[in-house]
Design a protein around this ligand. Structure first.
Ligand code: FAD
Length: 804
């Protein structure tokens, strides 16, 4: 064993071997993999080996496409077969809702370059003769689906990595990890110790244990998973071509050919976790006892939908565990607060995702940037609320819903409510329908008096449409109140605070008592944050950003903190807030405070400490609605009193609560982009329409050179607002944008603009088309709807309402 290495990858499953290969491919030589047993001895060896490109997140779908295309490359380098069978696949819909869902999948695939196509049920039956077509209403064909040999793939990665200089230590268990003063790790194994600059946790079934070695409780849990292999099926045996891959959503079943029979797996509703607290170290190449009763409801459906499988009977049942994160996507990246400790775990589809995970993690380690938009699998999307019990509840929920539709307006119930603010009960009494953001409950909309806050799930407009419309009208015509505690808030203090923020963010810093909007860029000039910065005094700033990205941003802030003179602290629940918005917002504030809040004394983008009655508050003259508005921030113990005061003062002014749904509608009217939709690390600031916040006269901020290049060469794409000639359904995000019969871009968000009475959307199109007026269409639920680009915000283009 070497004594010093650049990277020690812990775990020789498909994921660890892929990371090892990609590190060598990126040019790092001194890399080793440590495996406690044989390679593949975790969940990898008994996998069904199925692979596909479909993922609800288009960025993950791209990485799945990359993985499948990679097998040829590693076969060539290693000389080891991956046993690739690209059979093509069918996704079968048994209900109209599922067909709507497949239409979305198909539409998204268009701009990703995926070539799915709808086929008739007759054609589906011809392609897959085992099915009974009477149970289905539609079928989507995907040419890039198939299966691989799990062991072959893992060994191909391992051999290809060895060819490029990596070493693999088998039958060697990592027992402890000790941080070293040089930022590296002492990796202590049962065969001796080594010093590694970086460690990668690819521990699969033991990822939690490898996390606990450094005091980390990773949000992953293994579930038992069963598939069966049928006896020989005459129709399969006599078929001239291999059977297709099939996903039958209503049966919650996946299938592929195995020998002359079929392999049929199911994600049953009554899923069972395995090793809920710790994974035994002596588990290797083992299976769990089958439990056919548990999967009987799915099997019954399967046998009905595919009678030849029932006639053939069951030859073998496999039950094995593999890990999931609370949302089912991988858990990848540098872990906040730990130097040179990288996660590559929670990968539930190793043969579709393993390559993409290896590629992005290697990029991140070698280049400092994953090179793709990996938000959907970034370890930083979880926070300290993702405790073991939370993870348990969410993973069970996710497993049981694996093949169920997640509707765009659907709020999943498990593990809730967990984080709440003091006004939660008051908002609930008012009829709030809650969503959850970074673990925190927040109101999405309010049911009118006498009605129940419940919402039907749909791809179209729901029963909340009318209530959300009333909320929007109250903001535009009178005044609205919204809780905004979900925003991330950071306090930045110290003599070096201003210089530090100025180096991190692309805009100049505000004068004391003022606010600026300031994006944040990676060194390659891509958007990694979008903040409002308020300066209270020379050494005290408040920075507000996206709540879901709090850990993501803290990880970046902490990695770039000055050695001394500056401190950043997330305020989380210490500071909670409300937004007041609408033409009567000032009148409402005047009733709460003796301070002069006239336009002259408290102009747009001012930020002050103000006493509101008995309550000390910080107030910013800003709102995301595009109307006159204020954001009020108070310590958490004042929140209820402030809420009661606002309600009392607003009674005669027509004050109404509004929620996140109304905010979305209002901000679309202003074409305001938002983090994780319009602003993501694949866009430059000029593409995203944030160029006016980039102060290139400052000569020293991260990403300046790249931003300058983007400005000089002109952005490749443009963010554009559209008004859509809708047919009762709005764009939601990820729909393709067509121009003159070609897919040219994609939608980032959409919805109904209640004040204007129109369906609106925001999306990216090539810069060359930015001036085009006609010929655009947006594909919504399979229908191409004409759309008109808007050169200016649809509502109040001069911004008079905000400034007035
Ligand atoms: C029944 C079943 C069917 C499946 N079907 C499919 C499918 O069709 N398609 C698909 O894509 N996926 C499928 N999967 C999931 C797939 O198996 C996983 O996505 C994949 O195996 C995850 O690989 P991994 O490398 O993350 O974890 P693992 O395979 O668990 O590997 C982790 C490795 O780390 C080693 N290790 C852990 N801790 C230490 C330590 N301290 N020191 C040294 N070594 C350590 C372990 O020994 C192990 O070899 C299936 C899984 C099961 C159980």
């Amino acid at each position: 064993m070497k004594s010093h290495v650049r990277v020690a990858v812990i775990g020789g499953g498909v994921v660890g071997c892929s990371v090892l290969y990609h590190l060598t491919k990126a040019g790092w030589k001194d890399v080793v993999l440590i495996e406690r047993d044989e390679l593949t001895s975790g969940s990898t060896w008994h996998a069904a080996g199925g692979m596909h490109t479909i993922n609800l997140d288009p960025n993950v779908a791209k990485l799945q496409q990359y993985t499948i295309n990679l097998y040829k490359e590693i076969e060539e380098i290693s000389g080891q077969s991956c046993g690739v069978h690209i059979t093509g696949g069918l996704m079968l819909a048994g209900t109209p809702e599922r067909l709507d869902w497949l239409k979305q999948v198909h539409a998204r695939g268009r701009y990703l370059g995926l070539e799915t196509e709808f086929v008739s049920l007759e054609e589906a039956q011809r392609l897959f003769p085992l099915m009974e077509k009477k149970y289905f209403v539609g079928a989507l064909y995907d040419p890039i689906e198939g299966h691989v040999d799990p062991s072959g793939v893992t060994h191909a990665y391992a051999k290809a990595a060895r060819v490029k200089g990596a070493e693999i230590y088998r039958f060697t268990r990592v027992e402890a990890l000790e941080p070293q003063s040089d930022g590296g790790w002492r990796v202590i194994t049962d065969k001796g110790a080594l010093h590694a600059e970086h460690v990668v946790n690819a521990g699969g079934l033991w990822a939690r244990e490898v996390g606990r070695m450094v005091g980390l409780e990773l949000p992953v849990l293994a579930m038992e998973h069963q598939y069966l292999i049928s006896e020989e099926i005459p129709e399969v045996k006599s078929s001239a071509r291999e059977m297709l891959h099939v996903i039958d959503f209503e049966g919650e079943i996946y299938m592929r050919q195995e020998g002359s029979g079929m392999l049929m797996g199911t994600y049953e509703r009554a899923g069972v976790p395995w090793s809920e607290r710790t994974t035994p170290w002596d588990f290797a190449h083992e299976l769990l006892p089958p439990d056919l009763d548990r999967i009987a409801p799915s099997l019954e459906v399967g046998f009905k939908h595919y009678p030849p499988i029932e006639r053939a009977g069951i030859k073998k049942v496999i039950n094995g565990p593999f890990t999931f994160a609370p949302d089912g996507n991988p858990v990848v990246g540098p872990v906040r607060g730990l130097r040179n400790y990288w996660a590559a775990c929670g990968v539930m589809a190793g043969f579709s995702q393993g390559g993409g995970v290896g590629l992005t993690l290697a990029n991140w380690m070698v280049e400092g940037d994953p090179g793709a938009d990996v938000w959907a699998m970034d370890v930083a999307r979880f926070g300290d609320w993702t405790t073991m019990a939370y993870t348990n509840a969410k993973v069970r929920e996710n497993y049981s819903r694996r093949f169920r539709i997640r509707f765009p307006n659907e709020e999943l119930p498990a593990a809730r409510p967990l984080r709440t603010t003091p006004v939660y009960d008051r908002l609930k009494e008012r009829g709030a329908f809650f969503g959850v953001s970074f673990g925190l409950e927040h109101a999405l909309w309010f049911a009118p008096d006498g009605t129940t806050p419940s919402e039907e799930v749909t791809f179209r407009r729901s029963n909340a449409h009318g209530a959300v419309g009333e909320e929007c009208r109250a903001v535009r015509e009178a005044v609205g109140l919204m809780e905004i505690s979900t925003y991330a808030k950071y306090e930045v203090t110290g003599a070096g605070a201003e210089a530090w923020l100025s180096r991190l963010l692309v805009n100049h810093m505000p004068e004391a008592g003022r606010i600026v909007l300031a994006p944040m860029l990676s060194p390659s000039g891509k958007l990694i944050g979008d903040f409002t910065v308020a300066k209270l005094s020379a050494e005290r700033f408040y920075v507000f950003g996206s709540g879901i990205a709090e850990d993501y941003h803290m990880r970046w802030f902490e990695a770039h903190l000055p050695e001394k003179g500056g401190r950043v602290r997330p305020l989380r629940a210490e500071l909670v807030g409300f937004s007041l918005a609408g033409p009567r917002a000032r009148a409402l504030l005047e009733r709460l405070s003796h301070a002069d809040v006239s336009n002259a004394a408290f102009p747009f983008l001012a930020f002050r400490e103000v006493e509101l009655g008995m309550i000390p508050a910080k107030v910013g003259r800003i709102t995301f609605t595009g109307d006159l508005g204020y954001e009020i921030w108070v310590a958490v113990d004042y929140q209820q009193a402030l809420y009661d005061d606002i309600i009392a003062a607003g009674r005669e002014l027509g004050l109404r609560h509004f929620g996140a749904r109304a905010l979305n509608s209002l901000r679309l009217e202003k074409s305001f982009g938002t983090w994780a939709r319009e602003f993501r690390p694949i866009y430059g600031p000029f593409e995203a329409g944030l160029g006016r916040f980039v102060d290139l006269s400052k000569n020293d901020f991260i990403g300046r050179d790249a931003a300058l290049r983007e400005k000089e060469s002109g952005p490749q794409r443009r963010l554009v607002g559209f008004a859509v000639e809708d047919n009762g359904a709005d764009a939601l995000g990820d729909e393709p944008v067509w121009h003159d019969g070609r897919v040219v871009g994609w939608i980032t968000s959409g919805g109904f603009a209640h004040h204007l009475g129109k369906s609106l959307a925001l999306g990216y199109i090539p810069a060359a088309l930015a001036a085009a007026e006609d010929g655009f269409e947006i594909e919504i639920l399979g229908e191409r709807r004409p759309a008109k680009p808007a050169r200016a915000p649809h509502f109040d283009p001069q911004g008079r309402r905000m400034r007035g």
